[in-house]
Design a protein around this ligand. Structure first.
Ligand code: HEC
Length: 115
């Protein structure tokens, strides 16, 4: 009788353990989301803000979350252009990497989140 109840206890423990570990796996699958703070902001600061800053010339300032959000379509169009095109951005710099361009596109797709 005692042996049986120990076996039942062990089986229950094994089943519970498997349940726990599988639910943990699911929780870690979620991919890192693209936000202004974790990716787009720093890219703009490095590659665009030196020229696109408030009060500098007649270019649009792009160095804030609101400015980036409001100009996302324009920015995507410009960074996807061929460097020979006169509208290409970042002006006078090499083309951004494919993964950086994709980050802008994905940021728009996922709702232009700030954080
Ligand atoms: C070397 C300076 C320079 C850099 C760096 C630069 N731009 Fe520009 N950008 C300009 C100038 C000058 C104009 C205005 C002339 C034109 O439309 O081409 C402009 C225009 C634009 C416009 C059209 C709206 C406007 O301000 O007239 C967009 C959108 C834009 N840039 C996006 C970007 C993005 C995104 C980056 C970074 C990936 C970037 N630019 C980097 C100089 C720069």
């Amino acid at each position: 009788m005692r042996k049986v109840s120990i076996t039942v206890l062990l089986l229950t423990a094994v089943v519970l353990f498997q349940f726990c570990s599988s639910s943990k796996k699911k929780a870690t699958v979620a991919a890192k989301e693209i936000t202004y703070e974790n990716s787009i902001g720093p890219i703009i600061q490095t590659s665009c803000a030196p020229c696109h800053i408030e009060g500098k010339g007649n270019k649009k300032p792009l160095s804030s979350y609101t400015a980036a959000k409001d100009n996302i379509d324009d920015m995507i169009t410009r960074i996807q252009k061929n460097p020979d095109d006169h509208e290409f951005m970042p002006k006078m710099h090499p083309k951004l990497s494919d993964s950086t361009i994709t980050a802008f596109v994905d940021w728009k797709k996922t709702g232009l989140k700030e954080k």
